[in-house]
Design a protein around this ligand. Structure first.
Ligand code: R5P
Length: 313
């Protein structure tokens, strides 16, 4: 049998990232036609032959998540009916990932619902970046490669040669991630004991670890409304931190995020382009790092059936 060609297809959520991935790999994006019917329903067409191909569909299921998920579903159906040999969905940001367990009676596990939908329509592999929780991999029966943006963020932090450094997790759930950063940067670790009363609202209780007179880097998987990171930054400031930075993979930046970040004590905010950030949301203190080389390298290795684990640092 002929070897399957590698093809890249972009959903509409983050075209600049998909184009950068394609440039890195050295192939063109397979053209698609994405339109809306008059009533708002999504219309898709894959505009080139994909028969027998190894297709990677790149789509962050970010805001508007429902539309972007539906686009994936329709594109995968189109690819399957067009006889693509294997369809891998690449989600630089996996939406609905935070609803990953039953936190109270009669609520869904939305991250599992999305996984079930993707599999049902014909997805055969997943390539994800910084899933909100590792266990989301287990919501799929198909193989899931899970990349981390930590090497990209850590490399950038190393350039600053920050002294007297403490890596801070803004909540207990992120302690493992922060510990990894601290180890790589030869820094100490602090954890903020955060209690959340309602969704998207954060309350700081106290800081475990010493931050007085130190340079602090708050590390998180995402900044959504910025409540967590900004309250964390103020708590560090009030506890005598000298300088405060933030590093997060996913720039969800919804609701009051930009205003909060603008008036926060954060000196610099490192983010990645896993989600396309509209220009009006980019603040002078933000630095956006590209995850395109990391994702492109993983795609090539998956296509060639080589290990991707060395990309994990
Ligand atoms: C929480 O578990 C996550 O890791 C983030 O800390 C949280 O989702 C950020 O949300 P927000 O920016 O709205 O506080």
């Amino acid at each position: 049998m002929k070897e399957a060609d590698l093809k890249l297809i972009a959903g509409s959520s983050n075209l600049p990232l998909a184009e950068e991935i394609a440039r890195y790999i050295g192939i063109e994006l397979t053209p698609t036609e994405l339109r809306r019917f008059s009533d708002g329903e999504i219309s898709v067409k894959v505009a080139d032959n994909v028969r027998g191909s190894d297709v990677f569909l790149i789509q962050s299921t970010s805001y508007p998540a429902n539309d972007h998920i539906m686009e994936v579903m329709l594109l995968v159906d189109a690819l399957r009916r067009a006889s693509a040999r294997r369809i891998t969905v690449v989600t630089p940001y996996y939406g609905y990932g935070r609803q990953d367990r039953k936190v109270e009676p009669r609520v869904p596990i939305s991250a599992k619902v999305v996984a079930t939908m993707f599999e049902a329509v014909g997805v055969r592999r997943m390539l994800c970046l910084d899933l909100h929780a590792d266990q989301i991999q287990g919501f799929f029966e198909i193989p899931v490669d899970h990349l981390f943006a930590a090497p990209v963020l850590i490399q950038e932090l190393k350039k600053r040669a920050l002294q007297n450094l403490v890596i801070v997790s803004p909540d207990s759930g992120g302690a493992e991630r922060a510990r990894f950063f601290a180890k790589q940067l030869n820094a100490s670790l602090a954890i903020i004991d955060k209690r959340r009363e309602r969704a998207n609202e954060a309350e700081i209780m106290h800081i475990v670890g010493s931050v007085e007179g130190k340079t602090c880097v708050l590390v998180d998987d995402m900044i959504d409304t910025a409540g967590t990171i900004v309250k964390g930054a103020f708590a560090l400031y009030e506890n005598g931190a000298k300088e405060i930075y933030a590093a997060a993979t996913h720039a969800v930046l919804s609701g009051p995020a930009i205003e909060k970040l603008r008036s926060s004590p954060l000196k610099e905010i490192l983010l990645t382009n896993s989600i396309k950030i509209p220009p009006e949301k980019i603040l002078p203190q933000m630095k956006i790092l590209s995850v395109a080389p990391l994702i492109a390298e993983a795609i090539v290795r998956i296509h060639d059936e080589r290990s991707v684990s060395s990309l994990f640092l």
